[in-house]
Design a protein around this ligand. Structure first.
Ligand code: G3P
Ligand code: MG
Length: 244
């Protein structure tokens, strides 16, 4: 099976990350799936943004957890990238799910709970996915092992993945013990032995963030299940060359 291409935060090289513009572009470019990051507002609304803090990607400052959803809606999440995208909003998870519902795309929702402990993040996100009947094409990933336990407790059939930046002999067994179905690894951790070991254990292995052609080709060659890339159009071009 060929390596799937997930647009990392959408087509985030050409449009501001985690906005509808970046998601739409990824879909137009033919990505197989979209990766996005979720946090909770003060009033417990799941919203799509990478950082805990709004400073880097909006017109304001402060932690997501301290804003109400209404307050967040007033921020400009596009201008930092380019004036062409001025006025884009931070979107709620629901808007994304509503948009993706009728498109043939996989979803990887990364629960951003490794720095801030959003107590109910797992159950809130799970509930929204069920509401849109998207469980069969959703992967929930996290750097937080406790979060994987919580997801398992909610439903053992959720497709989950342990994110890691660290090399470790026991990565595969640790992920298995946490009930994860896959590991999502940083590119520098990639090697053929790890891919084979994962597949031998019926675990998926997906790699981030893969933007260079040489890295893409290596991921395809060793048989990664998916890559996360800021440039899905480039990845699709190289995958076509690789498979033909
Ligand atoms: O989910 C893959 C990747 O997005 C994890 O790291 O920091 O880009 O969210 P980060
Ligand atoms: Mg992410």
């Amino acid at each position: 099976m060929s390596t799937k291409i997930f647009a990392h935060r959408g087509a985030s090289k050409q449009a501001p990350e985690n906005t509808m513009a970046a998601f739409t572009l990824a879909y137009q470019h033919g990505a197989d799936g979209i990766e996005t990051d979720v946090h909770l507002t003060r009033d417990h609304i799941p919203v799509l943004i990478h950082d805990e803090h709004v400073k880097r990607t909006t017109s304001s400052t402060g932690y997501i957890k301290d804003f109400t959803y209404r307050q967040l809606q007033k921020l400009d999440a596009g201008s930092w990238f380019s004036s062409e995208f001025a006025g884009l909003r931070i979107i709620p998870l629901d808007e994304f799910l509503e948009w993706i519902y009728d498109k043939p795309l996989y979803l990887n929702i990364e629960l951003k709970n490794n720095k801030i402990d959003y107590n109910d993040l797992e159950s809130i996100v799970y509930d929204r996915i069920l509401h849109y009947d998207l469980l069969h094409r959703t992967i929930l990933s996290t750097f937080n092992p406790r979060s994987l336990n919580k997801l398992n407790y909610l439903n053992r059939d959720i497709n989950t993945a342990l994110l890691t930046t660290k090399r470790g002999k026991n990565l595969v067994s640790a992920a298995q013990e946490l009930g994860a179905n896959a590991v999502h690894i940083k590119y520098r951790l990639l090697n053929q032995f790890l891919v084979d070991k994962c597949h031998h254990e019926a675990m998926g292995v997906r790699v981030y963030t893969v933007n260079r052609p040489r890295q893409m080709l290596r991921c395809f060659a060793v048989g990664c299940d998916a890559i996360f890339t800021d440039v899905p159009d480039r990845a699709i071009r190289f995958r076509n060359q690789f498979t033909n």
